[in-house]
Design a protein around this ligand. Structure first.
Ligand SMILES: C[S@@+](CC[C@H](N)C(=O)[O-])C[C@H]1O[C@@H](n2cnc3c(N)ncnc32)[C@H](O)[C@@H]1O
Length: 480
């Protein structure tokens, strides 16, 4: 047990230690984590025989062994928590949409799938990615599949390379995958050869090292989950911008569910795939065309002949919760009732509804929008958002009605037309759907969506225009 009393962390030391750590790793200790920092520092100070934290600071900055010690300290201070198939909806999206899309796109020439798991800790994430790729492409002959896990923690990387996990760490892995990709060894399981072959591990510091383009090349997917939450906003922004440079056009960025690109980078588009939101580097306009395949579209499109169709059962997880701040905000006003009783303005009600929508609390969201509409019967935004909420609850007729009202209030509301087209298509009214997609495509070109629509961030307008055109064509051929 470390002798905490012996190691006081003065205000000056707190400032200089946290600056040093931030510059070396991006990790930032705010004031509320001062004790956590003190504990981690004391641990290393004791291990190195330093008499005080000031002595330890000198060792860290001037000693011949300083680099080795800094690595040890960072390993000690960083959170290593990880699991196999952590955040199942994201792996469902990878399995169902992202990998098939990459395979389709590269089936003619490149025949490669490259995924970078940045901040991979002890390796569960890249191995889960490898299992997912092999599940989609069970016979990858002729394909170069490369998955690279990187981290700044050497001990974690060693464990990842060893690829042995005790029983209790395997609960994310289902029985078929366990039997196929692991072999029992002692009180745990070791990653078997077919999986091991696809994954390699390297030390890489996201903040101080250059992008590993030289050693790895550009990639199709970057996973960087539960890493940037420990960074300052500026550092997170810097890292995210760098991912853009290593991603192939059309490539995907998976972040942790409490991490968002909000105010960090406008370069990516946010794509909703099933219950997950994934960031995407847009394709050049000329290539985007039919290759953009959001959620509901995939059922119409065949996978390449060598790719099996989806056989995985969707997990029970609900949509990933939003950020703690968002959650706190949405919970704070005791939902709409309180707002109603305080006579809050209609727009405030719409804002609260949107928070509920983001949290996946669709019934609460719908209540808020309908209260807003009681105050203003011509609020196109409230109708539209209420349509989204009802659609999520599978009330397609209700949703269609809302979208129609939104369009009635605002004829140039192309996004509502697009969603109306969606609902009509889902309910088999193809002729009407085609008409709405046509109106939407024309509208998107003539009146690009306004500020609050873009703010929803989910939409990539170029992709939507292409999508509408493609829908018109493919539904037209089904119609005969
Ligand atoms: C909480 S784990 C996340 C593991 C995995 N991505 C997941 O979501 O399950 C965070 C990892 O990020 C690593 N990390 C923190 N700062 C880093 C940096 N600057 N460069 C590379 N890895 C870093 C830590 O060492 C740790 O292994």
């Amino acid at each position: 047990m470390v002798q905490l009393k012996k190691y006081e962390l003065t205000e000056d030391d707190f400032e200089r230690f946290r600056r040093l750590i931030n510059e070396a790793s991006g990790i930032f200790f705010d004031r509320s984590k001062k004790d956590v920092l003190r504990l981690g520092l004391s641990d290393r100070a004791e291990a190195t025989g330093s008499g005080s934290l000031s002595d330890y600071y000198d060792l860290l900055t001037t000693d011949a062994e300083r680099e080795t010690e800094l690595k040890r300290l960072l390993a000690n201070l960083s959170v290593q928590e990880t699991q196999f198939f952590r955040n199942r909806p994201q792996f469902d999206a990878l399995h169902k949409y992202v990998i098939p899309e990459i395979i389709r796109r590269k089936a003619r020439e490149h025949h490669s799938v490259r995924v970078w798991s940045a901040g991979c800790s002890t390796g569960q994430e890249p191995y889960s990615v490898a299992m997912t790729v092999l599940d989609v492409l069970p016979d990858p002959e002729g394909w170069a599949i490369e998955i690279m896990g990187t981290d700044l923690n050497d001990e974690a990387l060693e464990a990842a390379r060893r690829g042995w996990y005790p029983d209790r760490r395997l609960n994310g892995v289902d029985r078929p995958n366990l039997e196929k990709f692991f072999r029992q060894e002692g009180k745990g399981y070791a990653v078997a050869e077919p999986l091991r072959r696809l994954v390699r591990f390297e030390r890489h510091n996201l903040v101080t090292d250059p992008l590993p383009i030289g050693s790895f090349g550009t990639c199709d997917v970057v996973f960087c989950r539960n890493v940037i939450i420990y960074f300052t906003h500026e550092t997170a922004k810097y890292v995210i911008e760098h991912f853009f440079d290593i991603l192939n056009p059309g490539g995907y960025l998976f972040l942790g569910h409490s991490e968002t690109l909000w105010k960090m980078s406008a370069k990516y588009s946010l794509v909703e795939m099933g219950d997950a939101f994934i960031y995407r580097k847009p394709l050049p306009r000329s290539l985007e065309g039919r290759r953009f395949i959001p959620e509901r579209r995939l059922r119409d499109i065949g996978l390449p002949p060598h790719v099996r169709s989806d056989r995985r059962q969707r997990g029970n997880e609900k949509r990933a919760p939003a950020t703690p701040q968002l959650k706190a905000k949405a919970e704070q006003p005791e939902d709409c009732k309180k707002l109603e009783s305080t006579g809050a303005p209609e727009k405030e009600m719409v804002r609260t509804g949107r928070l509920h929508l983001d949290l996946g609390e669709y019934d609460k969201a719908v209540t808020c929008f309908s209260s807003a509409l009681e105050q203003n019967r011509t609020d196109d935004e409230a109708y539209f958002l209420m349509g989204l909420g009802l659609e999520k609850q599978n009330d397609l007729e209700g949703a269609a009605e809302c979208y129609r009202k939104a369009i009635y209030c605002n004829e140039a509301f192309s996004l509502a037309r697009y969603h109306l087209g969606n609902v009509l298509e889902r309910t088999g009214r193809l002729k009407d759907a085609i008409r709405e997609y046509r109106n939407a495509a024309q509208g998107f070109r003539e009146h690009p969506p306004g500020a609050w629509e873009s703010e929803l961030e989910v939409f990539d307008i170029d992709a939507l225009v292409n999508l509408c055109e493609w829908k018109i064509e493919s539904l037209g051929s089904q119609e005969g």
